[in-house]
Design a protein around this ligand. Structure first.
Ligand code: NAP
Length: 245
């Protein structure tokens, strides 16, 4: 078996480690979006494939016999491409997706389908004050027309393009702690948090902090998965599937 892991997540790195330890022939793929990415063990390739056709060519050329899509839940394009390329080439596909977050606290969560919808909601009826934005640097243009709020924006790399007019930028990549998130939110007087429902423990502390402070959360829900794909929620169950257990 030669496995292609579509990565860019902590789960993909954990999977690569587990596959490497078990002696699988493995190549991990990263998009190359962030500078200085955390690299998985084993063989790594970096950069896009060139759409569905490019990925299908890669699968055939590299004699890949199993694809695992372990990309971020919001990386919807590569997930669609993987499903299409695997269908075209007859390559088995498993999708590794961490479970989404659920509200275990008593603060309100307002669900929206996109970052654009989150920005609209804030503009129309969100509380005034400071908005803590953790939805990534690429969608910041969505908040660029908002003159009602101050924005505390946290990204891994500096934003390019339009940003909110009143913005404090924090460059950080986590993992984050609850005391750290509480201190940050208190320091900036955060009145509402905007996040994608990425799931996972590394960035969950902001939700615990928002819950403790009673701050409302604008939760951008996940894009849908392609029809018919097999989804597993953790590395152990994925390994069992690969090993035929
Ligand atoms: P995307 O919108 O789904 O994909 C855009 C294009 O980037 C794809 O069409 C593909 O280019 C290329 N690409 C994406 N992931 C790739 C991979 N693992 N290997 C090779 N090419 C890849 O993806 P995105 O939202 O920009 O995310 C890019 C990467 O960052 C993903 O791998 C994801 O796991 C990671 N990530 C994303 C987020 C997020 O919030 N979106 C957060 C954390 C990490 P071609 O069409 O040329 O093949």
């Amino acid at each position: 078996m030669r496995v292609l892991v579509l990565g860019g997540t902590a789960e993909a790195r954990a999977l690569a480690r587990a596959l490497d330890e078990r002696g699988f022939d493995l190549v991990s793929s990263l998009a190359g979006r962030v500078s200085n990415p955390a690299l998985p063990v084993g063989q790594v390739r970096i950069g896009g494939f060139g759409g569905v056709d490019g990925l299908a060519r890669y699968l055939r050329g590299e004699r890949i016999t199993q694809v695992v899509d372990a990309t971020h839940p919001f990386a919807a394009t590569i997930t669609q491409h993987a499903a299409a390329a695997c269908a075209t080439t007859g390559t088995p596909l498993l999708v590794l997706r961490r479970p989404g977050w659920r509200n275990h606290w008593h603060n309100p969560w307002w669900h929206v389908p996109s970052v654009g919808a989150a920005a609209e909601l804030l503009n129309d009826c969100g509380p005034s004050g400071t908005v803590f934005v953790t939805t990534g640097r690429r969608d910041l243009a969505e908040y660029a027309a908002d003159t009602r709020h101050r924005f505390l924006v946290r990204t891994v790399d500096p934003p390019e393009g339009p940003v909110p007019p009143a913005m404090t930028l924090v460059l950080d990549r986590g993992p984050y702690t609850v005391p750290g998130e509480l201190a940050l939110m208190r320091e900036h007087g955060v009145s509402v948090l905007v996040t994608k429902n990425s799931g996972g423990r590394l960035t969950q502390a902001k939700l615990e902090a928002a819950g403790e402070l009673g701050i409302p959360v604008v939760m951008v829900d996940r894009p849908p998965l392609p029809a018919g794909v097999t989804v597993v929620s953790g590395v152990p169950s994925l390994l069992r599937q690969l090993e035929g257990g």
